[in-house]
Design a protein around this ligand. Sequence first.
Ligand SMILES: *Cc1c(COP(=O)(O)O)cnc(C)c1O
Length: 384
Amino acid sequence: MAGTGTSPEAVPLYDLRLQPEDVRAVMEVLESGWLALGPRTDEFEAAFASHLGVGHAVAVSSCTAALHLAYLAAGVGPGDEVIVPSLTFAATAAAVIYCGATPIFADILGPHDFGLDPADVERRIAPRTRAVCAVHFAGYPAAVDRLRALCDARGLALIEDAAHAPSADLGGRKLGTWGRAGAFSFFSNKILSCGEGGLLATDDAHVAALARSLRSHGMTSGTSRRQTRETDSYDVVGLGFNYRLDEPRSALLLSRLARLEPEIERRRELTRAYRDKLAGLPHVLVPYDDAGVGRSSCYVMPIVVSDDGRRDAVRRRLRDEHGIQTSILYPAAHEFTAYRDRFGEQRLPHTERVARTEITIPLFAHLDEATQDRVVGALGEVLA
Ligand SMILES: *Cc1c(COP(=O)(O)O)cnc(C)c1O
């Protein structure tokens, strides 16, 4: 492109490509006329449970819904506290507030590892603490082994926000299966996406039964069973919600799940290539390490610039001069207006530092090496 006088093609942060078999799978559902509460959702749940090696998978309308149900199943209620990271999407904390409880923000380990710091979590445990929620940032495992031991010792439930981590593991055990429940997201920009969708994974039959009931109004039977005359009435046994996933989305997820592992392997290759290319660049720190890449689902590619004064200018120049889209994962949740108004000023030094210096650069499975070179070249230029 250089020298041709035309501006280079834009590089998106994320790009989704569906395959013809995905479209066919959705078309078949549409043609069947059965759009909700049907066999595709059952089939997807079974496939995802087996993919995780977990006893139960309950498909829901979003990861936010899965988090809400996970907290409720952990007994979180009015007056309780749940310890969560602040360097996360706001839903991790918002779902605590849906339960009438208070999110207590804990700090991350630092710019090399954006996972919750177990020591800081331990310091924040109080008499009303019910649960701890760990986020596996970009699919890199948070210290759920240590957090699980801590939660067990203190009688707390560990919940995992595994929105970024549909196929990552720690010591051979899949993320999202370390605690009482794990919450996954199938939102359109996530690794395994269907538009809007989520899932709660658990080995606890009671948690699974509660989530199944509450996702569908707390009703004792669903439409399909009534329609097939297995039962002709129902009771409502809890304050439920409409948190169901529909059939076209389940069909899309089922079709895409078959390619998830090779897609994540490709993301790992691209992440390793980025790490090599970025290694020589001054003023840039790349969090995590090469070994961590093999355990991660590599949802996004975070980098940290050395001083916070210039981060926003770097992002602007990448966009305006090079057509490269970037993002910030994440602005600190405790600094959002709604959280500051509700819970007051708080200090989380590592979180605040990363929130001011992090840049998420483009990563998707069909990214090519020439485009990666363009991104790294542009970064080198604007940081010089
Ligand atoms: C995307 C995301 C969520 C919310 O997922 P939805 O499916 O959009 O509700 C929660 N937590 C994290 C860390 C996320 O990235």
